[in-house]
Design a protein. Structure first.
Length: 379
């Protein structure tokens, strides 16, 4: 009888063990699935951050905020080498600590991590200790993980997460952190091209308008506030004739006059840039193609019916160049009046699609159009 009871109890215990193991596996499976879902949401948030915010710095700050919120990280800092020095691109640590945070590449324990492209975990054993890289701060961070960042095997900086609790990352899932790190690298790789564009944005000397590159940075931020917009490109089709038949100075005035007239009649919500040479772009943010027809017809008629000539003062200023060695004044040759001709082409742009593809299509149309064409075409 006792043996039967013992056997029964053993079977019950074994059953409970098997049940607990099964439940544990299911819970672990659920956790893994939940983590994968979280990672997918984070990736989606990253992509949204790239599209919604403007400058590279804003994008990096946004993804750092996402990491802190989604993964409940106490402190997160992204440091990037800009070619001259290390800069803290995003951090929720007080700015007074940034000097030490952007110098971690000089700390011996992290040098090995950078050279081997592997993360480095550091912690203290009690509250009275401090991490080796901390100079004057004692209570903020007690454990940290350092991740070197690489783009195409080129070291570009690092990401460091910190906690105010000793050994807080002892049981952290490093595979998840590696996925996060790769997502950070992907975002940095994506925005590096935008950073290049931002650095070469300039204003045209003649018109005071921004150049083409402006459209892909600050300009796109304005345009993408709306789901659909109309992109217009126009060309001064007879500018070469004006330059050749009259003089380049008159041609320059034609360009500046047209730019000024259009700029004065545009809403601040629209983006107006000098695209290239005699070609200009107007982005009508939030307006569909049929909503710009009247404006374009009106402005085209106004410009093409306005005679443009050099003033007497401008002619005198040109004549002053006669006394300079190698200079030939053309003031006397610029008595004629120029009548500009414009060719417009418009197309719809949808938020999230390739703005550069729309511009390329418009430019190809204008370049292949007949030199005598002066119209408003919707493609």
């Amino acid at each position: 009888m006792i043996i039967a009871v013992v056997i029964l109890l053993v079977l019950i215990v074994l059953g409970l063990v098997i049940y607990n193991v099964t439940i544990h596996k299911k819970i672990q499976k659920f956790k893994n699935m939940n983590q994968k879902i979280t990672n997918l949401y984070v990736v989606q948030d990253f992509m949204n951050a790239i599209g919604e915010t403007s400058t590279v710095e804003e994008k990096i700050k946004k993804i750092n905020d996402i990491l802190i919120e989604r993964y409940e990280i106490k402190y997160s800092t992204i440091v990037v080498f800009d070619g001259a020095e290390y800069q803290v691109k995003a951090s929720n640590v007080e700015r007074k600590h940034w000097k030490s945070l952007k110098a971690l590449q000089d700390v011996d324990m992290f040098k090995d991590s950078i050279q081997s492209a592997t993360p480095k975990y550091v912690t203290v054993n009690n509250e009275n200790e401090r991490l080796p890289y901390q100079e004057m701060e004692f209570g903020r961070a007690k454990s940290a993980i350092f991740f070197p960042l690489y783009i195409d095997n080129v070291y570009i900086g690092y990401w460091i997460i910190e906690s105010g609790t000793p050994h807080d990352f002892d049981n952290v899932d490093t595979t998840v952190l590696e996925v996060i790190k790769e997502n950070i690298v992907s975002v940095l790789k994506t925005v590096v091209h935008q950073k290049t564009l931002e650095s070469i944005v300039r204003k045209d000397l003649f018109t005071g308008l921004y150049s083409e590159e402006y459209l892909y940075g600050e300009g796109k931020k304005v345009i993408d506030q709306y789901t659909i917009s109309t992109i217009c490109m126009f060309k001064i089709v007879n500018i070469q004739e004006i330059n050749k038949k009259y003089c380049r100075e008159l041609g320059n005035k034609v360009i500046t006059t047209i730019s000024r007239v259009i700029a004065e009649n545009l809403s601040d919500d629209y983006v107006f840039v000098r695209y290239m040479g005699p070609k200009f772009v107007i982005a009508f943010s939030g307006v569909e193609a049929n909503g710009v027809a009247d404006f374009l017809n009106e402005i085209k008629g106004k410009i093409e019916s306005t005679p443009i000539e050099l003033s007497e003062q401008e002619k005198q200023e040109l004549n002053l160049e006669v006394s300079l060695p190698g200079k030939i004044s053309k003031g006397a040759e610029c008595k004629e009046v120029a009548m500009p001709k414009l060719n417009f082409v418009i197309s719809s742009y949808y938020k999230g699609t390739g703005l550069e593809e729309v511009l390329k299509k418009l430019e190809e149309y204008l370049d292949n159009a007949e030199t005598t064409e002066s119209d408003i075409t919707n493609i």
